[in-house]
Design a protein. Sequence first.
Length: 96
Amino acid sequence: NENLADETLRFHVEPGTFAMVGAVAMLSGFCRMTVSLVVIMFELTGELTYLVPFMCAVLAAKLVGDPLTPSIYDGHAKLNGIAPIEEQHDIRLDMV
């Protein structure tokens, strides 16, 4: 019985999986691309089993990054004087 419990707890963990999930989280953290980044990484690996970890890492990075800093593209657009595409939260228009 003890030998059976020992066998069920053993599983193989690929270090490359953690590297890919970390890479997708880092990319999502600074560019805030969600679905397209998951699709790119899925096409790169071709493994369906990596899809859920990729989605979880992208979601966590986006949820943490959005309140802290703008994306790299929004930051560069602001530095170059390009008007933002999305509506800013602090601007309100009153109806007359």
